[in-house]
Design a protein around this ligand. Structure first.
Ligand SMILES: O=C(O)CCC(=O)C(=O)O
Ligand SMILES: [Fe+2]
Length: 315
């Protein structure tokens, strides 16, 4: 299904059999997912395994979380992407907090214990359950991509090398009827991002250079390819530039699971994905070194090209 914005909506909930590996439905989904990720770098997915009430609890918890005083939110000060970000010059409406490995209960609890004097067991449970379900959805998507690329035997080793960052976001209402910048254009650096947004605002840059509005739909997630998967897949999967635009009088909330790699993992394109029509685009690189390089280079979108790009030369 296409909402006239170019980005397809793929239904994982039509028939439970579709999510059984090897079924006819599964094979069709694999192709749709791969094509969407190759052409646009992502898609919207209907996924009804996450109950509506869990989204409602998340949004209720997020309002309470972002209403905490700034000095409390700033206690969550891990490394750049795991800590509190917000109220930057140029994008004053954006604020976010990162929870490292939220699908592990103790990690979610460390976060809620840090911000509330008596913890917040209910919200901790919600964060943990939601991030686990998003982790499951990402696992399905990645399996479909690998199967469709003919490299599914890499799946198990790939999954065990993952680190998960769950990031919660608030965009304060701009009180303007014009679309206003919420989050600057960027490309995610991870493998895959799974996003839930409570209202319209996400835009993806097409390969033709047009900003496409991703139409918001309740009970669905957005799946987006990050630079690391783009590199690993030898450019078969496209990592799109995207941004958030907001308008009106209501705050916008979103949450995303960013699937990253553990420190020290080497990103190496499988030989199956390199041939004379697809020369190797990136030399093998250490994910930790790349993240350090990114930080030193202000998260420049072209950082991976200078860090590990082959520049089209045979390596
Ligand atoms: O809030 C959103 O919809 C997108 C957020 C995003 O792109 C990011 O945090 O990398
Ligand atoms: Fe992003």
């Amino acid at each position: 299904m296409d909402y006239g914005c170019g980005i397809s909506c793929i239904d994982f909930s039509k028939d439970p059999k579709d999510l059984i590996e090897g079924s006819e439905g599964w094979k069709k989904l694999c192709i749709q997912v791969r094509e969407a990720c190759a052409n646009y770098g992502g898609f919207r997915v209907v996924y009804d395994r996450v109950p509506d009430v869990l989204h409602e609890e998340m949004l209720k918890g997020l309002k309470e979380l972002f209403d905490l005083p700034d000095e409390i939110k700033m206690k969550n000060s891990g490394s750049v992407h795991h800590g509190y970000l917000g109220k930057f010059e140029g994008q004053p409406l954006y604020e976010s907090l990162g929870i490292h490995n939220a699908p592990i209960l103790e990690q979610a609890q460390d976060f809620t214990d840090l911000l509330w004097p008596n913890g917040n067991p209910a919200f901790c449970q919600t964060l943990n359950s939601m991030s686990k379900m998003m982790q499951e959805l990402e696992g399905l998507v990645r399996k479909m991509i690998f199967e469709s690329l003919g490299v599914k035997h890499y799946y198990d080793s790939h999954i065990k090398d993952n680190d998960y960052l769950f990031r919660v976001m608030k965009y304060s209402a701009p009180f303007s009827d014009d679309w206003t910048l919420g989050l600057s254009p960027h490309t995610d650096q991870d493998l895959i991002t799974i996003l839930y947004e409570d209202r319209q605002g996400l835009e993806i840059l097409s390969k033709e250079g047009q900003w496409l509005q991703v139409v918001q739909q309740p009970k669905t997630f957005v799946v987006m390819v990050g630079k690391t998967l783009m590199a690993w897949s030898n450019g078969r999967m496209h990592a799109p530039k995207h941004r958030v635009m907001v308008k009106g009088e209501k705050d916008r909330y979103s949450y995303g699971l960013f699937v990253c790699l553990k420190e020290g993992v080497i990103v190496e394109t499988p030989t199956e994905l390199v041939d004379k029509d697809h020369p190797l685009l990136f030399r093998p690189f250490n994910y930790r070194d790349y993240i350090q390089y990114l930080r030193a280079n202000f998260y420049l979108d072209s950082a991976l090209d200078t860090f590990a790009g082959t520049g089209g030369r045979a390596v």
